[in-house]
Design a protein around this ligand. Sequence first.
Ligand code: SF4
Length: 354
Amino acid sequence: MIVPFFISHHGCPHHCIFCDQRSITGQCQPLPSPEIILATIASYCATSPGKPVEVAFFGGTFTMLPVVDQQRLLAPLQPLLNSGAVSSVRLSTRPDAITAEQVAFLWDSGVRTVELGVQSLDDQVLTACQRGHCADDVRGAVSILRGAGLSVGLQLMPGLPCSSSGKDLATLHEAIGLAPDFLRIYPGLVLAGTALAALYRSGEFAPLSLEEAVRLCAAMLHRCMKAELPVIRIGLQASDSLAEPGKIIAGPYHPAFRQLVESELCYYLLLQLCTGVDAGTKCIVRCAPSRVSDVAGQHRTNLKRLAATGIVPDRIDADPTLLPTEIVLRTSSTERYGNLLTDLDFNDEGKPYV
Ligand code: SF4
């Protein structure tokens, strides 16, 4: 169980052109006091007693907070860490805000996971976004964190200014090579009040469309699946703040973005399985129970897209003997087996070979 605290924009002296921390976190409040921290943990524990508890400080740039503030946030957790009531702490920060000395302090304070806002490993993209750090800072930070034994998460943001599908996939490729423990992928959005919004309005920047972002993220997710790298989130989490009228000016936001991405992968495999099957052939699709909605697609989109090829499956059966990566297409004469991991591939621009 994660007990989250949002420290939106606290500690961050930068102004990345896409950043509106208040929109993302839904709040812009003072740092939580020790009393608030303890009360919040207690209330989470009361709702789910016995679950292992991890405390998370998201948003902002934790390691750029004044040391006294870092200590004030972590100090109330120490007795809980010692007693085992809290198992570990995680936080997010910038790649250029990591030093061996800071990491030693974090480790001694019970921090076991650090998420780095990487966004891109292309220096042109980082400069265009006014990130204030370069790709080498990411490489250095990951090396320090891993050397100290911490788990490392990387946050990537495809679809930024000066980027392209090829650059975003190259970033992913290098990110995988850094051997993080997990990724989050947030396609770039144009949020109100950001410098990116001004670029968008002046016509100097166009975000990915929803369809483009889904296709690119499907290729990215597929590469991570093959590398056995967990992607713990794709797309921003829906929040009241993001839902405010006018908050998202443009870009590929969808409250169930990840499902669109997973469905896209399933569609490519279905398409491959249907190749060579005569139009009008009756067939049945089987997949793992957890995959039925992904295979059908939201509002049965995948089945409607397949219909354009002349193949209209009679139904989708849940088959508990199949893995979530497996899909079977059965006709009266054949049974075709496909696996997302072994039967799909993408080019360097993220286009599927189907
Ligand atoms: S480093 Fe993070 S918090 Fe700071 S401006 Fe950039 S995106 Fe926002």
